[in-house]
Design a protein around this ligand. Structure first.
Ligand code: SAH
Length: 259
């Protein structure tokens, strides 16, 4: 589906930017690069900046005019670093990602068109685009590096695509004890923890059983709020067991036995 989305770079001067754009595309799962009349391509600088995304450079389609680059497209989006005088339907980068994805999912062909480093896209070129996309940058310094602009839109396309595919955008790290760490403790486990805690607090002299005040209910409130997992509860139980042992001087004995 992402194959239906092509990135079109118009009249690029610096081959390094073509390489940077290829890398940005490959990182985000895009593969189709179309170069309209590039000034200096192929080039070692492009390969160096592509940093492994050379397949995208090798497969890049090189054409002479924007018209040729847009053949077969059902949706053309043109990017611009500045507000132009011509009023035009606008999309922000997020809307651009969603709209491009929707179009591609319906089997359409989408072009994201990027302009020259020094002059952007001409008004005539912009008029070939159904929508204009402006990355809302600092108005006093609005022009991004070409490859950086490709990165931003490619990222938005990817986020929209992941959402449409119901794929996660977060890589969860599971511990080997993942079941325990994700399982919530039960009420009875909490009760036996509170008993253990109370016993330990008495043992170390922190809680006077003749004058308990509100200590245990306050601690219940604290742990009740914590959404503690089974794994965390096991850790706390371990700490209590060792605390009681230490208070009873059992560690000392054990140390001696070990020798
Ligand atoms: N001086 C040019 C700058 C072009 S930057 C101008 O004013 O248009 C090169 C290309 O990067 C632009 O043509 C556009 O495709 C992209 N680009 C840079 N900054 C952008 C921004 N803020 N929003 C959208 N595209 C941007």
């Amino acid at each position: 589906m992402l194959d239906n989305i092509r990135v079109v770079l118009v009249n690029t001067s610096h081959p390094g930017n073509i390489g940077g754009a290829a890398r940005a595309m490959k990182n985000m799962g895009l593969s189709r690069l179309v170069l309209v009349d590039p000034i200096d391509f192929p080039s070692g600088d492009a390969v160096a900046r592509a940093s492994g995304a050379t397949d995208i450079l090798d497969n890049a389609q090189i054409v002479g005019t924007l018209e040729e680059a847009l053949v077969g497209c059902t949706l053309v989006l043109g990017t611009s670093a500045r507000d132009r005088r011509i009023p035009w339907p606008l999309l922000d980068p997020r809307e651009c990602g969603v709209t491009s994805c929707e179009q591609a999912r319906q089997g359409g062909e989408v072009a994201l068109v990027f302009g020259r480093e020094y002059a952007g896209l001409t008004n005539e070129e912009l008029q070939r685009c159904q929508f204009h996309v402006h990355i809302p940058s600092n108005p006093d310094f609005s022009s991004l590096n070409l490859a950086a602009a490709v990165q931003v839109l490619a990222y938005e396309v990817r986020m929209a695509w992941l959402a449409a595919e119901n794929q996660p955008t977060k890589v969860e790290k599971f511990e080997s004890t993942s079941m325990l760490s994700s399982q919530a403790v039960t009420a009875d486990e909490l009760e036996s923890f509170y008993s253990h805690l109370e016993l330990a607090l008495v043992e170390i002299g922190f809680l006077d059983p003749t004058k308990p005040r509100h200590l245990m209910s306050r601690l219940r409130r604290l742990y009740g709020r914590s959404g503690i997992s089974k794994l965390e509860m096991n850790i706390l139980r371990g700490v209590l067991t060792e605390t009681v042992k230490a208070a009873r001087g059992e560690h000392h004995k054990q140390g001696k036995d070990d020798v």
